[in-house]
Unconditional design. Sequence first.
Length: 144
Amino acid sequence: MSTPHPPSGMTRRQTLTGATVVGVGVPLLAACGSSGGSGATDTAPTAQAGETLGAASDVPVGGGTVYADQKVVVTQPNDGDFKGFSAVCTHQGCLVSNVEGGTINCTCHGSKFSIEDGSVVNGPATSPLPAVPVEDKSGQITTA
């Protein structure tokens, strides 16, 4: 009785190694990006114009607050000066994590953005966070 040979000269070990690489590698690649290089399927803020995000008192002076459900981050660089930006990192589409030390921070890959204008302070992101108009209406931050 003869032993069957693998097709095209591939050994069983090569076949299993290839399957393992594909099985592990594809999900990892999907986590870091998708078509268009965004990593997220919907990167636009979900807040509608006039939507209340939260209390102005929740946004510290020199810091900010991330509203993950609406994909908006609101900062207050100076007392009473509120700025809104997309909370979706322009590098790979992760949501930014927090606002500390004068920057909006994405912990996925380390990008940092200015609380003043959303510009890149530290890469790998190369594009600023898009502005989202916000205003303080009687102590409530709303989208404009």
